[in-house]
Design a protein around this ligand. Structure first.
Ligand SMILES: Cc1cc2nc3c(=O)[nH]c(=O)nc-3n(C[C@H](O)[C@H](O)[C@H](O)COP(=O)(O)O)c2cc1C
Length: 554
């Protein structure tokens, strides 16, 4: 399988990193902002719309629905794919975004189909570029009103510029993070969002005009990732009966004979070719439910400066007990950042830790955005969680996996269940495998990065690879990373809500992780690492809001 060959060839080893240029060629640094020159630009309203939504409500789908208006779509994009800050150090100035990205390179672009038009989101301007007026009835074939479509695409070159051949993996992580950001922004507006399995990649490309070669003359291609339906009733059967969802051809025909404007800007003056990326992109394209691609729907805190507990002296404890119930969802979403370093004196309360893990169970948002049962489970390196023995743990998002993991992993692992409340119930999905001070191990495995050691905990996302790729097709390789990105996005927000901070870790040594766990073959592979802790700010950087109209210096 090409995807598995790609995966193996882009592993980091202790003695050899995956192939890349090995240095940063500043002369070809990609422009972080794609624009379609010549396309009419429609500014989106600046006023916040979703004030006062409690953070916890994001995960319960309990927010009253906002009507689907341009203003609300603007808020949806602002709180998922918009800019979160401008940072400056010396002469360098760069934007951060609500969605995270490996190396802050942002390969993911967002598109909206609404009001009979195809729009590309321009995050720097917070505006929509009108790429196409769809042919059809006045107002277009996609009715305005109660729902719209959002699509994600990737520009692999942005990541490949820095990371070479491993870049395709990062594009897919980033797409997963973006999907999570979209789903939770939709929840904030009382909307649902679900990826539509009816849409093959080629038809998404046609709808978005990505296959209009003349519009990309010399510019980097965008690769379709997914198309999702968004709105108050996006999961309802009534709306799903619309022909343009069930039968993408209707909308594709309207796009093919629509009226197009704009040409993609060129992001870099020159490019380095990485043929394995082109190969894996082609091999993992989704050809739709007509093939083997039928998706199966799954059944399925404020910070406290608590008095240091005796067990951890001079420690700052992140205490969910002092976390207000009415934490503002919008504020948490917009303040998300990656920690650059952690204070090793930070500690997390046990209940907060278990509650965070609970958010990763399927069922609630963002998990209703995807239509497959969990394929990714966690191996945690717990360093500083109060009343939790430091060590290596397994967190299973699907209980039956336990027997498989037990059989696949080292025989000496304990598999000791961790109780969510020491006095009463147990949390059968969290197991202590090995009591050990795992900080050094986690750091070594994560390309020797301190953030893997200095936080409360680090983790490896272990995905089932062989079986789903064989059963469904190579296209599912991308989805495994999306699932990892969704997990990461939830944990990023959970960290902020707890008064802590998190960081995604794409740089890790693949097979040494498998060796530690006793895993062999491709049944299970580590696809992403992550860490959480008490952040140490880099005071050398100055920070301004993402948009001038949102206030002065932070
Ligand atoms: C897939 C992925 C992999 C990442 N890998 C690392 C990493 O190995 N080390 C690190 O320090 N940060 C890593 N990050 C964090 C990014 O550098 C960070 O998201 C980016 O600089 C943007 O900053 P922000 O998250 O504060 O918006 C990763 C982020 C993502 C999404």
């Amino acid at each position: 399988m090409i995807a598995v060959r790609y995966h193996d060839s882009t592993k980091h080893h202790f003695n050899r990193f995956a192939r890349s240029l090995g240095y940063l060629d500043w002369a070809t640094q990609p422009d972080p902002f794609r624009r379609y020159q010549g396309a009419p630009l429609r500014a989106l309203p600046h006023d916040p719309l979703a004030r006062g939504v409690p953070y916890a409500a994001l995960f319960s789908a309990a927010v009253p629905a906002q009507p689907v208006t341009t203003h609300a779509i603007g808020e949806f994009l602002r709180c998922s794919m918009g800019l979160s800050a401008w940072k400056q150090y010396g002469q360098s100035r760069w934007a951060l975004r609500v969605n995270p990205s490996s190396g802050n390179l942002h390969p993911t672009e967002a598109w909206i189909v609404h009001d009979g038009r195809v729009w590309h989101y321009a995050p720097r301007e917070h505006a929509l570029e009108e790429r196409c007026v769809l042919a059809g009835t006045p107002g277009g074939v996609v009715e305005s009103g109660d729902c719209f479509l959002v699509a994600l695409t990737s520009i692999a070159w942005r990541e490949a510029w820095k990371y070479g051949e491993r870049a395709f993996r990062y594009c897919q992580h980033d797409a997963g993070h973006a999907l999570g950001a979209l789903r939770l922004a939709a929840a904030m507006l009382g909307w649902r969002l679900r990826v539509l399995p009816e849409w093959p990649d080629a038809q998404i490309a046609a709808l978005l005009g990505l296959d209009r070669e003349a519009d990309f003359d010399g510019a980097e291609q965008e690769e379709p990732e997914c198309l999702a339906l968004v709105g108050p009733d996006a999961n309802g059967d009534g709306r799903d009966a619309r022909t343009w969802i069930r039968n993408p051809q209707v909308l594709v025909d309207a796009a093919r004979s629509g009226s197009w404007s704009g040409r993609a800007n060129r992001l870099s003056a020159d490019h380095v070719l990485w043929p394995v990326i082109d190969e894996v992109i082609a091999a993992t394209r989704y050809s739709g439910i007509g093939g083997r691609g039928l998706g199966i729907r799954d059944q399925g805190s404020g910070i406290g400066e608590a008095a240091p507990p005796q067990a951890i002296s001079r420690t700052r404890v992140v205490d969910p007990g002092s976390r207000p119930d009415d934490l503002d969802a919008r504020g948490i979403i917009l303040q998300r950042r990656s920690a650059l370093a952690f204070n090793p004196r930070g500690a997390l309360q046990r209940d907060a830790f278990l509650a965070m893990l609970n958010r990763l169970r399927p069922g609630a948002p963002p998990w209703d955005a995807i239509d497959w049962p969990p394929q990714v489970h966690l191996v945690l390196f717990v360093h500083r969680v109060q009343d939790v023995t430091p060590g290596v743990y397994a967190y299973l998002r699907d209980a039956p996996v336990r027997d498989e993991w037990k059989a696949a992993m080292r025989a000496e692992f304990l598999w000791e269940p961790v109780s969510s409340d020491p006095r009463t119930t147990s949390a059968p999905d969290l197991y202590l495998l090995l009591p050990i001070e795992a900080g050094r191990i986690a750091k070594r495995l994560s390309c020797d990065q301190d953030i893997a050691e200095d936080g409360f905990f680090g983790l490896a996302m272990i995905a089932r690879v062989d079986e789903p790729l064989r059963a469904r097709g190579e296209w599912f390789y991308r989805r495994l990373f999306w699932e990892c990105g969704l997990i990461g996005q939830v944990l990023y927000l959970e960290a902020e809500a707890a008064g802590a901070r998190a960081t995604g870790i794409g740089c890790y040594y693949d097979d040494p992780v498998h060796d530690l766990l006793g895993l062999s073959g491709h049944a299970w592979q580590s696809l992403y690492h992550f860490s959480m802790g008490l952040p140490v700010e880099d005071t050398r950087l100055t920070s301004e809001p993402g948009y001038a109209w949102e206030g002065g210096r932070e």
